[in-house]
Design a protein around this ligand. Structure first.
Ligand code: IVH
Length: 708
């Protein structure tokens, strides 16, 4: 990256140009040359500069692809915008049907109606109509909050400003914005004529067009819309998905007319084949089919898990493939030491996108494919996932090539590379890891970058780029160091302070320290996420924070969990508190044994515990309060035992959590309610001995079926 000038106006211009270029590469060309983290760092730097020099913020920082984040106001979605679980094969579709039946406790032959409709390859949009008039249009964003694009949508003819008929007073319509092939071709012809670079595909063109900073520019780029669902609604005009689609149509909203209603898996698969055949002739891009349970009461019972509905699935079309040459294999070292081999390819266009890298997953995969440098390989790209190498064309193999030898030493720190034993199977894991831990600069740096990332501490002015520089100079080695930075800096002679560093001045240093100070108070869920524990992402972090409530309870629970693990390893009686913590974690929907194991591993390492304790000493950690739900079991600890006859255990758990309860696996004095079905054995006896409230299935159903 070229050095940026010092003088603010020149620096702003250079930064803006750089961001515009990366924006174009990312959104426009799907060919980024820097990581998301590096991009965020640039953006943060620009934001900081604009905060310091507001006169520089002139809104010209948008490329064609997409305006940089921050150009639009944020809109929180009253109900989150969900993603979909994927099925790649007919077997996976069958599994989806089985899961649904099992969850609803329906026999195999019970009739179930689905809708099947094309999955449009565009971007999702939420349109809030109040008394029939469009009030707010918002992009999906991260699902919880998106960007306010109401002004842009005013220029999209396909989206009505007013609904026809008698729509619900509050009605959030959700659907997909897209650009037709013809409009896309015309846009690109115009861009080329104007000496600009064409856009890679209709989806990027639609995204870029919707997010024009000057809304009237959206008018020059014809966009289309299909409504496929809804969010908040004061009432619903129908009781089925298909009925809702008819209602949306009657309100004047465009809906896709290729929707089928299907009663069997055969019918779903026939709809899939029929539309896949039509795919090439459709005037817009689709990348699969979406199957949804038709009855809305069943949709409600099924609910969602990890922001994906249990009542729908995306059945994707086969991926696009291409042939190219493998020019090299590079090993990347991740946050947890995992070594990921990345194929460097001779650039090739796959489905309209230039691909230069593909994942080779792991050492086993390289061995399985026997892929060698110089080989001609087939790669496939499916939707947004990283392209992968699927096949070697061995007849094209150059003479004298040798099998690839996976490194036995970490390419960054030289530590030994090892495959961990999978505790459940007892076999070595496919992923090789650098054993350097905190000795490995790649791991330390990747952890620190994660620590300051958006969903974690999100410290303004301390992005991936700055962290890398401070880490390289030994100023920040652990998370706690961030919070002692100002004090250590002040103790140094003036010419060794941060203010003397390239690119810093009095104001920017002050802003940096202020930003760090403002994050000294942090929500428990963010702190847990920031630790970068394997398998503990944003969702699990939230679930953990809710489960433990306070940092002290979390820390104590984790200490006990590690103690029990150590006891087990030493073949002594495991710590009872730790065992109870583990049982509860395993029982929580969305966590389970995998997360419990990962927490156990993390908290069994003294350097992790020491680093966390040092960090916590610097922070004020806000407790997590459960969303207040008005129900008889809100805030209560509930245990299910025995079998339920009219609801599966999974559904019962999900329902209890939706009603604000904490579902735990072990009975203790702290348990509030025990729901005992037939066959409840020792747990029921224990509950009775402890004098706990015990409900039978009828009592549970009376609460579960209350409207919340
Ligand atoms: S339903 C609760 N239906 O696919 C269900 N989504 O991976 C939410 N999409 O973000 C989505 N066509 O933008 C649904 N007919 C369709 C769709 C569709 C495209 C997109 C949507 C969503 C993504 C989910």
């Amino acid at each position: 990256m070229p050095e940026l000038p010092e003088e603010p106006a020149a620096r702003h211009k250079a930064l803006a140009a750089e961001i515009a270029e990366h924006n174009q590469r990312y959104h426009g060309d799907d060919d980024p040359i820097i990581s998301d983290a590096e991009f965020d760092a640039l953006q943060q730097e620009l934001d900081a500069l604009e905060a310091e020099h507001p006169e520089l913020a002139d809104g010209t920082t948008s490329g064609i692809g997409a305006a940089p984040s921050g150009a639009f106001a944020e809109v929180e979605h009253p109900l989150p915008m969900l993603s979909l679980n994927k099925a790649l094969t007919a077997d996976e579709v069958a599994e989806f049907l089985t899961r649904v039946r099992r969850f609803l406790k329906l026999p195999e032959d019970a009739g179930l109606t689905f809708t099947a409709e094309p999955k449009i390859d565009g971007l999702s949009l939420s349109l809030r109509y109040e008394n029939g008039a469009l009030a707010v249009a918002a992009t999906r964003g991260d699902g919880r909050a998106g960007e306010n694009v109401t002004k842009n949508v005013a220029f999209v003819e396909a989206i009505p400003q007013k609904l026809k008929g008698k729509p619900p007073a509050v009605f959030e319509v959700r659907g997909e914005v897209y650009m037709t092939h013809a409009d896309f071709a015309a846009l690109n012809a115009r861009l080329v004529e104007e000496g600009k670079r064409p856009v890679a595909n209709p989806r990027n063109a639609a995204a870029g067009s919707l997010r024009q900073v000057e809304p009237q520019k959206t008018a020059d780029r014809p966009l289309q819309f299909f409504a496929y669902g809804w969010g908040e609604a004061s009432e619903l005009p129908a009781e089925t998905q298909s009925g809702m689609m008819e209602a949306l149509k009657a309100y004047g909203l465009p809906v896709n007319d290729l929707m089928h209603r299907c009663e069997t898996i055969e019918a779903l698969l026939a709809a899939y084949s029929e539309i896949e055949e039509k795919r090439a002739a459709l005037p817009y891009d689709i990348d699969g089919m979406v199957y949804k349970i038709d009855r809305l009461d069943l949709q409600r019972r099924l609910g969602e898990r990890e922001r994906r509905p249990r009542w729908a699935v995306a059945h994707k079309f086969a991926a696009e493939r291409a042939i190219t040459v493998l020019e090299g294999i590079e090993i990347q070292v991740g946050r947890t030491g995992s070594l990921t081999p990345v194929a460097r390819l001779a650039p090739i266009t796959v489905g309209g996108v230039v691909v230069k890298n593909a994942t080779l997953h792991n050492a086993d995969e390289i061995a399985r494919l026997d892929v060698r440098i110089g080989d001609t390989v087939e790669i496939q790209r499916a939707g947004d996932v990283i392209p992968q190498v699927v096949r070697v064309l061995t007849d094209k193999r150059p003479a004298g090539s040798a099998p690839y030898v996976f490194p036995e030493k970490c390419p960054v720190c030289g530590s030994k590379v090892a495959a961990e034993l999978n505790p459940r199977t007892g076999k070595p894991d496919v992923v090789r890891r650098c054993t350097g831990g905190l000795v490995c600069d790649a791991q330390v740096l990747a952890r620190l970058k994660h620590f300051v990332s958006r969903a974690a501490f999100d410290i303004e002015g301390l992005g991936a780029k700055q962290i890398a520089a401070f880490h390289a100079d030994g100023l920040i080695r652990t998370p706690a160091d961030i919070f002692t930075l100002a004090k250590r800096d002040a103790a140094k002679p003036e010419d060794e302070r941060i203010v003397a560093r390239e690119g810093y001045g009095e104001t920017s240093v002050r802003n940096l320290f202020d930003a760090i100070e403002s994050r000294r108070t942090i929500a428990l869920r963010r702190l847990i996420y920031a630790l970068g524990i394997r398998r503990v992402g944003e969702i699990s972090s939230r679930v953990l924070a809710l489960h433990f409530g306070t940092y002290d309870a979390f820390r104590k629970g984790m200490g006990a969990l590690a103690k029990a693990a150590a006891d087990r390893a030493a073949q002594t009686e495991p710590d009872a508190e730790g065992e109870a913590v583990r049982t509860d974690l395993v029982a929580i929907d969305g966590l389970g044994a995998v997360v419990a194991d990962a927490l156990e591993n993390f908290f069994s390492e003294s350097h992790n515990v020491d680093a966390l304790d040092a960090l916590a000493g610097e922070l004020t950690i806000e407790p997590e309060v459960a969303r207040t739900v008005d129900s008889a079991i809100a805030g209560k600890a509930v245990v299910f035992t025995g079998s339920l006859e009219r609801m599966t255990r999974d559904e019962a758990k999900a329902r209890a959590e939706a009603l604000g309860a904490r579902v735990v696996g072990t009975i203790s004095k702290k348990t509030d309610i025990v729901v005992a079905g037939p066959g409840a054995g020792s747990k029921l006896a224990k509950a009775e001995a402890l004098g706990l409230t015990v409900w039978d299935e009828d009592a549970w159903l009376a609460v579960a079926q209350e409207e919340s």
